[in-house]
Design a protein around this ligand. Structure first.
Ligand SMILES: C[S@@+](CC[C@H](N)C(=O)[O-])C[C@H]1O[C@@H](n2cnc3c(N)ncnc32)[C@H](O)[C@@H]1O
Length: 256
């Protein structure tokens, strides 16, 4: 799959960063020393952590060279690590292991959470946010288009890219080791200029595996065109021409 496109991702930077701000606001720790931002992307979530805890040592980690290069360029005074979060093994435990909009790209969440929680210091937290399991109309439309006969044979992998479990699953995965768990969902109603903006939003994230699997540029353009038509039929314009894009997200904060 091609690398992430930082500029495309940050086209909706405000909307994508709000869940990080909301997650941070629910972390009840006054003076953490050491924080890791797993899947830090272009550093937007890391910057929110730094604003809340300016005295802490904060490191951003991401597996995308493009994202980490952008972080190093824009925030040269911080530590950035190019690595897979699944294999992360810090030299000492962290007070906050944080991850905003990342774990859905990684498999086997019970094992992943067990691994990461082992690196939370006593009194510290593991805090993460992912899209909620109840798939949106948009996700259903993507699957519908992926199931078109012309490319269905290429779509098995992309359809299985994402791992998103239920609140009950995450409770069971952490309840044995966490002293307290806060779990909640929020549905954001993003105001988009038009239906095409929803395509721009998803092209830089959830659509990437589907487009990467297609063999030609013509196929990719056709996939996006068909999806665009269905999105315009489903997400109708409001009286002022704008389009509401509901996006449900799941939050978990587990204290050690
Ligand atoms: C949707 S972005 C989230 C960026 C940022 N945390 C934010 O709040 O907007 C997902 C990021 O997770 C990274 N990512 C995905 N899988 C990863 C993995 N296994 N290890 C490290 N980073 C990963 C991607 O490279 C991408 O930068």
């Amino acid at each position: 799959m091609s690398d992430w496109n930082v500029n495309l991702y940050l086209q909706f930077g405000t909307e994508r960063t709000q869940p990080a701000i909301d997650l941070i606001s629910r972390i009840n720790i006054a003076n953490p020393n050491k924080i890791i931002d797993l899947g830090c992307g272009p550093g937007n979530s890391t910057e929110c952590l730094r604003r809340r805890w300016p005295e802490a040592t904060i490191t951003g980690l991401d597996s995308s060279p493009e994202m980490i290069n952008s972080c190093r360029e824009n925030y040269p005074d911080q530590e950035w690590i190019l690595a897979d979060a699944a294999g992360w093994q810090p030299s000492s435990a962290c007070d906050i292991v944080f991850s905003n909009a990342v774990f859905q790209w990684m498999p086997q969440h019970d094992r992943l959470l067990g691994h990461l929680f082992a690196y939370v210091a006593p009194g510290g937290v593991l805090a993460f946010q992912i899209p909620a399991r109840i798939y949106s109309a948009l996700q259903q439309l993507i699957i519908e288009v992926a199931n078109e006969p012309e490319w269905i044979h290429l779509m098995e992998g992309p359809k299985n890219t994402f791992t998103i479990e239920s609140p009950a699953y995450y409770y069971d995965a952490l309840a044995g080791t966490a002293s307290k768990l806060d779990i909640w969902e929020t549905e954001y109603w993003h105001v988009m200029e038009n239906a095409q903006a929803i395509i721009s939003w998803i092209t830089s994230t959830g659509l990437r595996p589907f487009l990467a699997a297609l063999e030609t540029e013509t196929q990719k353009q056709r996939f996006v065109k068909i999806l665009g038509e269905r999105v315009a039929e489903t997400y109708r314009a409001q009286a002022d021409g704008k389009v509401l894009f509901p996006f449900r997200r799941l939050f978990v904060v587990g204290y050690k």
